[in-house]
Write a protein that binds this ligand. Sequence first.
Ligand SMILES: Cc1cc2nc3c(=O)[nH]c(=O)nc-3n(C[C@H](O)[C@H](O)[C@H](O)COP(=O)(O)OP(=O)(O)OC[C@H]3O[C@@H](n4cnc5c(N)ncnc54)[C@H](O)[C@@H]3O)c2cc1C
Length: 386
Amino acid sequence: MPVSFRFDPVQLPPEAVALREEVRAFLREEIAQGSFSPLGTGRESSWSPEFSRKVAARGWIGMTFPKEYGGHGRTHLERYVMIEEMLAHRAPISFHWVADRQSGPVILKYGHEEVRRDIIPRIMRGEASFAIGLSEPNSGSDVFAASVKATPAPRGNRDGWLLNGTKIWTSNAHRATHMIGLFRTSPPTKENRRFGLTQFVVDMTTPGISTRPIINLAGRHEFNEVLFQDAFIPAVNMIGERDMSYATATAELAYERAGPDRFLETISVLNELVRSAGPEPGERLAEGIGREIAHLKTLRRMSLSVAAMLQAGKTPAVEAAVVKDLGTNWEQALPGRARGLLPPAEGDESYAAVMRFNTLIAPKLTIQGGTREVLRGIIARGLGLR
Ligand SMILES: Cc1cc2nc3c(=O)[nH]c(=O)nc-3n(C[C@H](O)[C@H](O)[C@H](O)COP(=O)(O)OP(=O)(O)OC[C@H]3O[C@@H](n4cnc5c(N)ncnc54)[C@H](O)[C@@H]3O)c2cc1C
């Protein structure tokens, strides 16, 4: 039966509006002190444990985590506003980003109590950072074909598992303190090819884990191969039930897909275009800029609507896929469209540098977190078309 999706309009509550001003004031102060540059030329590093600890001190990591675990118990809409400001200013939030967005929520929902009590406070203090261990050399889009093995292996009086195999494209694995990885604990069954996979929280300092850098198109070391050779993981680090991770991993992807990060990654191009166009841009340029702003506002409205659904306890997987598909296609095309409207003028080095870097990173935007084709498959299934 065909199923539709919907994006209800959302009014930000007064506490979220007030929070925006607080976050802006903090970011202005940090920029003035030189702790980061909002430009986005590729020279800046977005990985900064120091900055993450300052954000933590403001109570802006784990904002939605329950008070019972030391969380702030605030709403997804407040978190949305905070994240939107951080991204729009290009604040260096990579250290805590994955933990705050998806690993923390997944551990809170499916993790062992002992691990929750240990890790959640560390995430909230800006001390624990997470990598995502899904992709392997022979399983990318088809996450559920993962083959890196976890084998039961008690050690002394501790139950545990030995990990063996290779993950690939693992962003920040060389500097994250932890990973949530997906491992093969049983063969798939005839009835369910998704059966047999289990997620674990992995401490990246565990003996038997090493990383090999992969340098990306922009010349940066962000992702890696991760090699597991008899790495021992305590049994309590299992997330959810053994062999049943297709449910928890899908929930994790819903957290990953619909935030403002899915359309704000190349936003500095638009900022520089507007600056470079000046106060009297002329009719053609004003119309072109207006069109981009209209797209941006629509994407933002849809993404906010997903945040409100998360707040209501729903799992808006199809809506999240729609936002990611539309958002990443828009941000990917932005450098080319901006160049068509107004190429960097001779000597305008900041616009030129922003343009160079964002053109280089554009291809990855529709691959990371699920490719365009895979997302469209999810949307089609959600609409009952396949
Ligand atoms: C910048 C960046 C950061 C990343 N970080 C991480 C990370 O931290 N952790 C992690 O686990 N992974 C990470 N990835 C990997 C990413 O998730 C995979 O690259 C992605 O899922 C695609 O897998 P693949 O590269 O193996 O391509 P494949 O799955 O081999 O796909 C190749 C092509 O075939 C198409 N295709 C595949 N299946 C279908 C289908 N069923 N229907 C239609 N078309 C299909 C795809 O759309 C694509 O165009 C990252 C990738 C990038 C670019």
